[in-house]
Structures are given as C-alpha cells and as structure tokens.
Write a protein that binds this ligand. Sequence first.
Ligand code: ADP
Length: 430
Amino acid sequence: MTHPIRLGCIADDFTGATDLANNLVRAGMRVVQTIGVPTEPLNAELGAEVDAVVVALKSRTIPAAQAIAQSLDALHWLQAQGAEQIYFKYCSTFDSTAEGNIGPVTEALMAALNTDFTIATPAFPDNGRTVFKGYLFVGDVLLNESGMQHHPLTPMHDANLVRVLQAQSQGKVGLIDHRCVAQGAQAVLARMAELQAQGVRLAVVDAVSNDDLLRLGPALKHLPLVTAGSGVAIGLPANFGLSANPSASQLPPARGAQAIVSGSCSTATRGQVAHFIASGRPAFALDPLVLARSPEAAAKVVAQVCAWAAPHLASGPVLVYATAEPEAVKAVQAQLGVDAAGALVEHTLADITRGLLALGVRQWVVAGGETSGACVQALDITQLHIGPQIDPGVPWCHAHTPVGPVHLTLKSGNFGSPDFFTKALAQLQH
Ligand code: ADP
C-alpha cells in the first residue's frame, strides 16, 4: 500500500515536468513523474514512499477545452492518490496563446477545487526568469524582447503578466509586488486577503531571487492550488516538513549496458555528440535520406545498428545519433518535409531503442525533447522515479520496462555541458 502523496502537480509539457520534478527533489521531496494521466495507481515499487507526483501532459498549445479536460483528468487522479495541494506548472516564459491555456486551465482547476484564489508566477531566478512589478524578464530583457516574440506557436508580445493573464481569464487578476514579497510571508498573506476583498481571483507574484521564492513559500501553505513555473517549487517542500536531503534523490544501483540516443540537433547537443566522438567511444550516425528510401531500408539500418552495437556494449557506452548541422538538417527537410523528416528519425530511433533494450542496454541517455518522447514510448515507460541532478534541469530517472528496470536521463536540446554524455553515465556508477 503506497502512502498518500503531498503535492500533486500537473505540467503542461514533458521536459517542463522533469524540470519541476528536479526542483522538488532538490528541495527534499521524493518524486515520480508520469507520462500522461495514469490509468492505474502509482507503481507500487516506484511510488512506495513518494511525496509528490508530476503528471506530464502535452497541453500547452492544444485547444483550451482539451487542455482543461486533460488537466481535470490529471487533477482527479492526483486527488485519488491523496494529494493535499495541487501545483499547475507552465513554462518560465509563460508560453501561451492569446486564448490560453494558462488562464482557462487555472480557472477550471480552481472551480474543481472549489477555491476562489490562487497565484501565478513563472519566476525561476536560477534560469534568469524574474518577475518585477508584474513584468517578466528573460535574462536582462523583457519577455517580448527576448526572442519569445517570434516563437512559432506561442509568440509573447507583452511582458506584463497581469495583462497577459487577464486577457485569458474570466476572473480579476491582481499583483503582489516585490515590495510586499520582500517583507515576507505575513505581508504576502495580508496582501492576498486585501486582493481577495477587492474581488481578485488570480494574483501575479513578483520574485527576482530564490530568497523571494523561499519567502513566498510559507504564504502558499493553505492554497489548494498554486500555479507557477518550476521556481516556486523550491519553497514548497518546507510546508510539508521536508528539507533538502540526499535520500530524496536516491535511486537503486544501475546495471546493464549503456547507450546514448540522440535525435536533437540543438547547439548544445551537437557539441556533446562531437565531444563523445572525440573521446574515441563508438558512434553510429544515421542518414535520414537512407532511412527515407523505403521501410525496408530503414529496417535494414536498425538491424545494422544493433549488429554494430552488440560487440561494443560490453566495454562501455555506444552513441547512435541523427544529430546534424543546421545546413544538413535543412537539406533533409527540403527533400522530405519538416514533419516527415522528424517523424522518420523519431520512429527509427524508437526502433533502435527497442533493439538495444533487447541487447541488454539498461542505462540510457536520450538527447532531444521529441526524441525523448519517442524513446520513452518505445521502452513502454509510463512512470519515472526522479533521481539526482546531472546538470541544471536534467536529473537521472529510474523506471520499469516490460523487461525490467532501467535508468535514463532525458535531456532537452540546449541543456547540459559539453561532456554531458560521459559525465552522466559516470555519475550513475557512483
Ligand atoms: P530538441 O530538444 O533539441 O529540440 P527534439 O528531439 O525535440 O530535439 O527535436 C529534434 C527533431 O529533429 C526531432 O523530430 C528529430 O527526429 C529531428 N531530426 C533529428 N535529426 C535530424 C536530421 N538529421 N534531419 C532532420 N531532422 C532531424
């Protein structure tokens, strides 16, 4: 019998969920991340003593009605696990369309939780996201000057979060500004009461440092719902009597062969692939144009990769990668189409992942957000137990597959140091 969880989290995308889970673990919570809303209770082995569960949705840019339905499903599952408080996690750049989904999902969760007040703040000072007077800064510039104004799906043209959130909410939006936060939790609680008396239902909260977030934490203790980026998470475990401790991130010992699967073409990943190859370890490059010739040709490549990897696996990690320079990616996309090229590479890497699992690989480094989704699905993984951080935002995880337990780390494109692949696998041995 698993014990009830304390904090139930709903994240609007996969790598954002991991980011939140990582912060909770570092602040002392034992955390499981689920891929989508589970259809059953927590895996008894993973969830025996878990303080928080993060349900990873893919709801950031889908129609608001669907985002609401999925978020409410997640809420009901988390409530069934005993969650005492709900945390709706969105991106630290407040990624949303003019229609939502941050406002609509927040208000649907408030209604379901029967609460008429919550907060909203994407502040994550460790990552350069700060909120001052309601304005969101990314590094040294306002959100709408940070490049986010050009985002293909969620262009952000206004850095004033009170305005942005008001435009997508029915209820009144207010501000708890930095002067108040700086005075501590009592002042924040008094301001919350004041705003509620004025009919405000959603309060954007300023925070420019981790100290601000830690001061804010105690003021959130009695809110049924908190909405935020991953930053606010550092101040919540203390409300449940938990503090940073190494056992929160402890995973079972790793065993089995090691592999790195990379479908990310981001700058950081390209450096990591080059670094690994330069270290002299075996690496196999996939050519999307060969894969595109026919399904048989792609299947042949998968068999080739497995035959190539088998003798190497006994002596250390192998790398299989589709990672390529921007010009090469553009050339492939011009011939195959952007979506078709992406899907073809993802399917092939998923097939290779299954092949390597059959060869005894039990320790995985996966590079790429979409690639991670494909590989996790290939491994038939639905729940991840979150372990120690390797680099900011990227923890080791432990999970069950149909053939037994595996360790894996899912690295989104631009995360991690140049030696991330070897560093991660070496860390797991200790
Ligand atoms: P990131 O986290 O860096 O954005 P993703 O895995 O999310 O990485 O996205 C990379 C996308 O590029 C995937 O859909 C992947 O299949 C695709 N891809 C990988 N290598 C190539 C390539 N050589 N040519 C074209 N597309 C590629």
